[in-house]
Write a protein of this length. Structure first.
Length: 206
């Protein structure tokens, strides 16, 4: 295997060799008992690892969940940047309006605008923390990809859709005559380029 793949030998390759040895030696073992416990342990370990990985549906993590989480974080950063711009513009307008007003009013407006400028620093801190979370998500994505590659995992195309992520509210089944609850109607803000457009809303009212 090293001659073929170099130093990169996966657990799946090793399990194949273990299974081959166990199969070829089965008859000999009956006549001359040999301790194959380590080989059986390796083969069983890889088989159970594959079953555990398949149950976790890593393709959902790599294709759906992590990319969606990353997109949501990017949208949060964009929204905070936009809101911060509005705050700073409002503070500048207050500064302009304070010119020529009585000193007491100007002092009060200056205090207000200073508080707005100071509070607007949250955007930088938020961006830094979100960048750290994005880094953690990328590490998770890389480790899941390496794990699935190491054991030779291939997704089952006939498998049912993955379950909702932990903590996500499950959708209620909509049977005949049933009414949707709030959890079926409120998905929160949509990502840019997704969700209903103004044209969709106008068409609904029409």
């Amino acid at each position: 295997m090293r001659d073929t793949n170099g130093e990169r030998v996966s657990l799946n390759d090793a399990a194949g060799v273990a299974s081959l040895v166990l199969g070829s030696e089965r008859d000999a073992m009956a006549a001359e008992p040999v301790d194959h416990k380590d080989l059986r342990h390796l083969a069983n370990y890889v088989r159970h690892a594959k079953d555990a990985v398949a149950a976790a549906r890593p393709e959902a993590i790599l294709i759906d969940q992590v990319p969606m989480a990353m997109a949501e974080l990017v949208a949060v950063v964009a929204a905070t940047e936009e809101a911060t711009g509005v705050f700073l513009e409002a503070a500048e307008q207050l500064d302009i309006l304070s010119e020529g007003l009585p000193r007491e009013i100007t002092a009060k407006l200056t205090a207000i605008t200073t508080a707005i400028y100071e509070a607007s620093g949250f955007q930088d801190i938020t961006g830094q923390r979100i960048s750290k979370v994005q880094g953690f998500l990328k590490e998770i994505e890389d480790k899941v990809a390496k794990m699935t590659d190491a054991i030779g995992y291939q997704p089952d195309p006939d498998a049912p859709p993955s379950e909702p992520a932990p903590g996500a509210a499950p959708r209620a089944a909509m049977g005949p005559g049933s009414e949707p609850g709030d959890e079926d109607l409120l998905d929160g803000p949509a990502l840019p380029g997704t969700g209903a457009t103004q044209e969709d809303i106008d068409a609904l009212f029409d």
